[in-house]
Ligand binder design. Structure first.
Ligand code: PMT
Length: 405
């Protein structure tokens, strides 16, 4: 069992909020302890109406905390001590109310207060009635939390306690443990949402002709698939390619830089990580003619305008995702890559040599990866293996950044 090794001695703060699924948290506590983790349970007032603290005390052999201002509990470990003690905070079940409170940063009980005070990764296993989960308010809360780096495990579809069938059931305790253990597996992005752009764009000259580039989409598709394999929920926005649709959660095909801009910007703020692997056209014809241009003139001039920079626009968002750009260079790779890193305010840039049969439309590639204060070389490998290495590095840097914020 991999999670037995990864959870050994890990300090897990298990938060339980008030829903019928609270009974599943007891099994979760049992599994976590069985995997060798040190488990401390904090219950909301609502949770104690569904299951007694004594159950968790017996399972974890630790006192269970319920009150923010209870002097008895505070004497055991106060909210700041608990927040510092935890290597991960897992709330299961997490009610709709819990999601809303965390999104707003409210601190009106012990659990919500320590969630504000902790720098540990936060994982939520939502559980609620399907209409409550589908409600735009809950969906928005979930999106905002995910974009901040909070990991959601589930919910799952199935029979609900209210008698309905639908999406809202808490993920099985085993699946929750698996996702939690994923935090300590290298490069794992369990529960995070990742937005990837890939492929070329096509800029119309007239209804039958376009300007484009040599990108095949292989690198970006490999990045999207590696993110999925690392446990992330992945949206791939792709320019036109000859590749089969990859196994991702959302797949959006666009044609032009303007369409890619629109598709990416509509989604970026709801993702924790954005990886711009697309070869977006830097210039596009000023105006695409309505009819096919006839070859009557001896020469033809095209007036081009600069396209908007999607990567820079994502990095300029107030609540920007962890933003990773690519840099395709034929010379002076390091200088240009570092310049892009700072000019576009990126968290990381993956630079590759292109031209002379490198980078574009090849099955292999190599990357020089830069971030503020760091650099790593990812040597030549098939694009899927290289993408997996890159994703491990992104997960590492993302975790460091999340801890800092
Ligand atoms: O698709 P393949 O055939 O597998 O080839 C892979 C690749 C070489 C295309 C890929 O590895 C790569 O380098 N992609 C980025 C190509 C590129 O456009 O690089 P750039 O240095 O021109 O742009 C820098 C960054 O700005 C890129 O992240 C790009 O997506 C982004 N950009 C550029 C222009 C623009 N208008 N908007 C952008 O977001």
């Amino acid at each position: 069992m991999t999670h037995q090794i990864t959870l050994q001695n890990k300090r897990i703060l298990l938060g339980v909020t008030g829903g019928v699924a609270a009974y599943k948290a007891a099994e979760l506590a049992r599994l976590l302890c069985g995997a060798g983790a040190q488990v401390r349970v904090v219950m909301s007032g609502g949770a104690t109406a569904f299951i007694a603290p004594l159950t968790f005390q017996a399972l974890t052999r630790q006192p269970v905390a319920t009150e923010l201002l209870d002097s008895g509990q505070e004497a055991v470990m106060n909210h700041i001590e608990l927040a510092r003690w935890a290597e991960a905070v897992l709330i299961a079940p997490a009610t709709a109310h819990c999601l809303a409170k965390l999104r707003l940063g409210l601190a009106d009980d012990l659990l919500s207060t320590l969630c504000l005070a902790t720098v540990a990764p936060l994982l939520l296993a939502p559980a609620m009635n399907s209409a409550m989960w589908a409600n735009p308010a809950t969906q928005e809360n979930a999106r905002v939390l995910q974009a901040r780096g909070v990991r959601l495990i589930g919910p799952e579809a199935g029979d609900l306690a209210c008698g309905e069938v639908g999406l809202g059931r808490m993920a099985a305790p085993e699946a929750v443990v698996e996702a939690l253990a994923g935090l300590w597996q290298p490069g794992c992005l369990a529960g995070l949402s990742v937005l990837v752009s890939a492929g070329p764009t096509r800029e119309a000259i007239d209804p039958v002709r376009f300007l484009s580039n040599r990108s095949s989409g292989k690198m970006g598709y490999a990045v999207a698939e590696a993110a999925r394999a690392a446990g992330a929920r992945v949206c791939l926005v792709s320019g036109p390619t000859a590749l089969p649709p990859p196994a991702v959660d959302e797949y959006v095909v666009v044609e032009s830089a303007a369409e890619m801009m629109q598709a990416v910007m509509a989604r970026a703020a709801a993702h924790a990580i954005y990886i711009g692997a697309a070869a977006v056209a830097d210039y596009a014809p000023q105006q695409a003619g309505p009819g096919k241009i006839k070859k009557t003139a001896a020469t033809l001039s095209l007036e081009l305008h600069k396209t908007q920079d999607i990567l820079a626009a994502v990095a300029a968002l107030p609540d920007k995702p962890f933003t990773v750009g690519f840099a395709a260079e034929t010379h002076d790779l390091e200088n240009y890559a570092r310049a892009k890193l700072s000019a576009k305010n990126l968290d990381m840039v993956a630079a590759n040599w292109v031209g002379q049969n490198l980078g574009f439309d090849r099955d292999e590639n190599a990357l020089e990866v830069y971030w503020p204060g760091g650099h790593r070389q990812l040597p030549t490998a098939p694009k899927p293996a290289l993408a997996a290495d890159l994703l491990r590095l992104i997960a590492e840097r993302f975790a460091v950044q999340t801890m800092k914020n």
